[in-house]
Design a protein around this ligand. Structure first.
Ligand SMILES: [Zn+2]
Length: 73
């Protein structure tokens, strides 16, 4: 009986996470500048909203895109 190990390429996962983090930051920057950014899924404009103290988010009206961010104090 052998041991079946599943290899996971963490470097690829980390790269993807970093890419999506940068992408999210770009989206937030563009909205903060007053530019219109459309949801990739439903093509509705994304809006910036304050969820709670020190935390805000970007979302579309349908909710398929939802980016939460903590504001740096
Ligand atoms: Zn959407």
């Amino acid at each position: 009986m052998g041991i079946n190990m599943t290899k996971i390429d963490f470097s690829q996962i980390n790269k993807t996470a970093a890419d999506s983090f940068n992408q999210q930051r770009n989206v937030i920057k563009r909205i903060a500048k007053g530019q219109t950014v459309l949801c990739e899924t439903c093509d509705k404009p994304l809006t910036l909203s304050v969820l709670s103290e020190g935390e805000s988010g970007v979302q579309c009206s349908k909710g398929c895109t939802q980016i939460n961010l903590e504001l740096e104090q």
